[in-house]
Design a protein around this ligand. Structure first.
Ligand code: SF4
Length: 346
């Protein structure tokens, strides 16, 4: 088996809460609390979950925007979580990010040419001025913007066009991994689809790996290879796309999927409305963190934390879920059988 491009092991990020008379630590926000996953070269992994589940913190930890509390992040065989701050330059080139808000992520005082030229210069990628110009022009081609728009300012573009510029800027550094942090969430529905298609095309053309962070399972369905579902700082299910969409093995995924529109007439899923709000990451529930909202919770769920493991009834290898239901006989497990769309061979 080849080495994964990215391997995250037992990653934890706990943010201290300061307060009290002396401003000391009064507790922690357990934003990410022991998650493991990998991304192969050229693969797209989507990290999905509700707002506040910790998924964006995972992206920022990989980018080394802050230190981590515990665990390991390994890029192409090299540990990067403990690299000293002065040695992060190669990492910055190899891992790029596309942010949610194309309006605030582009410098309004720079023309598009300079926005795209900056990473090329910073990482010394161009041979000379002509090569730099050529690279900028080819980046515009890649994101389907006219070459002659390089002289314009960010405010002269629409939201979708700005996100294309953000993608071109990420590509300028010739990265191997792009982290898309809610990269299409702020866009209109039709523009969203165009940007998702563009990302998918670029991913295939350039052989990029992608960590696609989103709160919306419907968005990731058409462009991802695998999906990891996060709830309250933990990964509760990870699986190849078709296995997860056809036969989810965690009640939280089942509920998220029930809100995704089904393209086939007459195949509508029954919508599952979860009770209550997501508990606070300052004081997560004991046992299974989802037990306060889970429609199938039983006694064991309130005391024992389930581990990610392959359910007996999973459709594909690599499908893991953290749920005690899978230790029960199939007749007592509402997730034993496929519930999703038509089951396709995986
Ligand atoms: Fe629900 Fe229990 Fe499974 Fe948690 S372990 S998801 S509470 S059934």
């Amino acid at each position: 088996m080849s080495t994964p491009l990215l391997e995250v092991t037992d990653l934890k990020k706990h943010f201290p809460l300061r307060g009290g008379f002396f401003g000391g630590t009064t507790g922690y926000v357990y934003a990410v609390d022991g998650i493991s996953f990998h991304i192969e070269k050229g693969e797209t992994l989507s990290l999905v979950g509700e707002s506040g589940c910790g998924k964006s913190t995972v992206g920022k930890a990989i980018l080394r925007l802050f230190g981590i509390t515990d665990g390991q992040v390994v890029l192409d065989g090299q540990r990067i979580d403990d690299l000293p701050a002065g040695t992060l330059r190669p990492l910055r080139r190899r891992v790029q990010v596309v942010f949610q808000d194309p309006f605030s992520s582009l410098n309004p005082r720079m023309r598009v040419r300079d926005i795209l030229a900056e990473p090329i210069r910073n990482f010394g990628l161009a041979r000379d001025a002509a090569d730099l110009e050529d690279r900028v022009a080819r980046l515009m081609d890649k994101v389907l913007l006219p070459r002659d728009a390089v002289g314009r300012w960010p405010h002269e573009f629409s939201g979708g066009q700005r996100q294309r510029i953000g993608i071109a800027r990420a590509l300028a550094a010739e990265p191997e991994l792009i982290i898309c942090d809610e990269a299409v969430s702020a866009l209109d529905v039709s523009v969203k689809a165009q940007i998702v298609n563009l990302l998918q095309d670029l991913q295939q053309e350039l052989g990029l790996a992608m960590l696609f962070i989103s709160h919306d399972l419907a968005i990731v369905e058409h462009m991802t290879h695998r999906v990891a579902v996060m709830y309250l700082g933990k990964i509760v299910e990870v699986a190849p796309k078709r296995s997860l969409f056809a036969a989810p093995k965690h009640p939280y995924t089942e509920a998220l999927l029930s809100a995704v529109p089904v393209p086939m007439p007459g195949a509508a899923r029954e919508r599952i409305i979860l009770k209550g709000d997501v508990p606070s990451p300052i004081n997560p529930p004991k046992g299974c963190r989802f037990h306060t909202r889970c429609p199938y919770a039983f006694d064991r769920c309130r005391t024992e934390e389930p581990k990610l493991a392959p359910p007996r009834t999973a459709m594909a290898a690599g499908h893991l879920a953290a749920c005690h239901l899978h230790d029960r006989p199939d007749a007592e497990n509402p997730l034993a059988l496929a519930k999703g769309e038509a089951v396709l061979p995986v």
